[in-house]
Design a protein around this ligand. Sequence first.
Ligand code: FAD
Length: 491
Amino acid sequence: MKKKIEEDSKSSNSLSKRSKSKLTNSEELHRIEMKQQDPKIRITNFEEVSLGLTEEMVELETQRCLQCGKPLCISGCPVNIKIPQFINLLKEKNFIEALYKIKADNLLPAICGRVCPQETQCEQACILNRQGEPIAIGYLERFIADWERKNNLKECPECAAPKGIKVAIIGAGPAGLTCAGELAMNGYDVTIFEAFHAGGGVLIYGIPEFRLPKDIIKREIETLEMLNVKMEYNSIIGKILTIEDLRDMGFKAIFIGVGAGLPILLKIPGLSLNSVLSANEFLTRSNLMKAFRFPKYDTPVKIGKIVTVIGGGNTALDSARTALRLGAEKVIIVYRRSEAEMPARKEEYHHALEEGIEFQFLTNPVRFIGDDNDNVSQMEVIKMKLGEPDESGRRRPVRIEGSEYLIDTDTIIIGIGTRANPILTKSIPELKLNKWGYIETDENGQTNIEGIFAGGDIVTGSATVITAMGAGKKAAHGIVKYLQEKYLEKK
Ligand SMILES: Cc1cc2nc3c(=O)[nH]c(=O)nc-3n(C[C@H](O)[C@H](O)[C@H](O)COP(=O)(O)OP(=O)(O)OC[C@H]3O[C@@H](n4cnc5c(N)ncnc54)[C@H](O)[C@@H]3O)c2cc1C
């Protein structure tokens, strides 16, 4: 799909004659830049880094859209938002209709407008990307969602008449929330069971406030509540209730969207020293347990002066930037590949550099060293070079023997990835999993057990918010078809 998008966006085949002439004219207009907090100031607070677009900026940006006859941006979006249509409505200043247009396909626009990796999705596919200046689709999506909030509006799509059929969703991350919304709009009676005391999944416990304010997640979840979706928090399915309990409670279909939240740790000496943390623990303690609001919340995290973070994805960058804001004087990211292979969103990498995070590329930890009190004090690392591509297609890092050196550090945060948490899957022994413990499904999200569907990171492994949402939506369509055939057509 990615390759196809790249090829399509290089050709002009998808353009009508009108769009081709507009393309030539559009060269005079440049992509809008979003204002941001000054890096020196923002590292002292947890307020949002990016400040959004003004109406004037939206006016300029929407003029650049070519309104392609065959819009590639839509196929670049996993939930297929009607991008040219909503941009056109924005251009006409018909903000309310633009909002409806987005919400018909995506109930979480304020979230996606902030955290989607648009540069590898809709914006990569945009024909203007050929000139390196795709339409700022994410910024426009964020603008319209923020406009709704600023104007104290709470719009939600129409629901079909109630069908009187109960569906359970396990996990309130992007996959579960999207599946729930889609089913509610189709008239199903939906309850979400969530292990934590708040909804949002990684959005709430992983992604920090300065990228995605918690209030925004809360508000987008309220849209679901307006669709009559019920939330059952503090409910670990597989421990407090089982799948059988849910069936006994009358749920006719179940969607599993429990994510892949189990941290992967390095198997090297010194792992059990004090102040060696997984990024999941560190971010959860800051975001969900509110260490970032200390002293208002009496739940601080001790980090010391120098913090070293291992990894090159969003999780590692979020940990590093959080540590800086919690008071670290120096934050170093150690990544075993080069800058080019970093999976983090480009914008976040750029922000991290502006904030003074130090990157040591092609560097891998060998061991963690402690002081007499078993507190971590140093990390031994080794330099790497890139070899042949591995199964992921990226060039494999290879050790350069004899290149070891020491980094002084007070805290080490390991953000090298996560895998499937077995709590739920272990409680359903007949559920088919792959060798890594992820749930196997067909193209409709159906598992090997009748009436049980799954989607998001628990099926694909760690991916993105929008791919999890796309999976939730697809599974919802699968559930609708299943319930219609099994219960409604017989009535
Ligand atoms: C720190 C971090 C930053 C990221 N940044 C980005 C980004 O900028 N852009 C992007 O697109 N992606 C990002 N990602 C990835 C993205 O957040 C995930 O791919 C996405 O959240 C997956 O959605 P999900 O619904 O499958 O799972 P999750 O978001 O993990 O949600 C699963 C939910 O299920 C609940 N749950 C688990 N087990 C049970 C159980 N037994 N019973 C009940 N509930 C249960 C969990 O508590 C959780 O709320 C980031 C990930 C991390 C960790």
